[in-house]
Ligand binder design. Structure first.
Ligand code: GUN
Length: 294
């Protein structure tokens, strides 16, 4: 059996460390980091995420500003709110929850958030900085996944990694981060040929495709480290539902050296990394080195 990577415990430590940094920012610098979250519409999964983000932001001692807008909100009104938050000195981070209603252009909205207040790492300038090795803001889920990998394996240099999925939110930034760690990276997607063989070569497997339990145990090289980014709700035979990842945990955990569970693996890391990014932006806006807050 493999080691089960405990993302819940790791993220709790990360949040406790951030809460200490927030206390120092308040006491020494008179700054309370503020994170604004905008939710447009009623998407049930988004509502759950946004509630959780608000709760954990407050628990870390930060100010949480929630803006819930009607599904029919115009793009113009949404852009006006973003402009107001860009110019609000109490707000250090702005997150627009995705997906947005179809009448709103995601690209325009993402890039309307000031790059220095972007906590998702989706703004073009942060995407560019990540790809060129600069100091930007790194998307939360890939950042959390990389933290778990480094904690598990130490140095990743020279490891063979496969990222399954090429989304802008996870796959592509994950590729950039693993390259930065000097891994040899394959990025696989729906058109990849011999995916199972490609997967079997990898010391590190990151699954982010959104297909329930797609990656089976016999796709995994014995001893490999498996990071399951998927969160899929499936119906069981008795009609109840359960959460599963993109990896078939039952068979994969028989072969892998270490594996993240779903839930309790990558999921809790995402919000912890969001808080990390918000504190990071509050520090940068004020010319403070985040690592010096100890
Ligand atoms: N919707 C699902 N994941 C994310 C995320 O990481 N950031 C934002 N803004 N929306 C999301």
């Amino acid at each position: 059996m493999s080691t089960i990577i405990d993302g819940k415990a790791f993220s709790a430590n990360l949040r406790a460390d951030l809460a200490k940094k927030v206390t120092i920012l308040k006491d020494k610098h008179n700054i309370t980091p503020g994170l604004a979250v905008i939710l447009v519409g009623e998407d049930p999964a988004s509502q759950v995420y946004v509630r959780s983000k608000g709760k954990q932001t407050a628990e870390a001692g930060m100010n949480s500003y929630e803006h819930k807008l009607d599904e029919s909100t115009s793009q113009e009104d949404l852009l006006a709110l973003i402009d107001k938050l860009n110019n609000d000195a109490d707000v250090h981070g702005i997150l627009v929850q995705l997906p947005l209603p179809k009448h709103i252009d995601e690209f325009t909205v993402i890039n309307a958030v000031a790059a220095h207040k972007d906590v998702d790492g989706f703004h073009l300038s942060n995407v560019g900085l990540l790809s060129t090795g600069g100091e930007g803001i790194v998307p939360c889920t890939p950042l959390g996944s990389t933290m778990l990998l480094k904690d598990q394996l130490g140095n990743l240099s020279g490891k063979k990694a496969i990222v399954i999925g090429r989304s802008n939110i996870v796959g592509k930034p994950m590729l950039a981060l693993l390259l930065k760690e000097s891994c040899t990276v394959t990025i696989a997607h729906s058109r990849t040929q011999n995916l199972e063989d490609e997967c079997r070569q990898a010391d590190i497997v990151v699954a982010a495709v959104g297909i329930p339990e797609m990656v089976k145990g016999d796709w995994i090289k014995p001893g490999a480290t498996v990071i399951d980014v998927g969160i899929n709700r499936i119906e069981k035979e008795d009609g109840s539902t359960k959460l599963v990842g993109d990896v078939d945990f039952g068979t994969a955990s028989e072969v892998a050296g270490a594996i993240t569970p779903v839930p309790g693996g990558v999921g809790p890391m995402t919000i912890a990394c969001l808080l990390h990014n918000a504190v990071q932006q509050a520090c940068r806006i004020n010319g403070i080195e985040m690592d010096d807050l100890a």
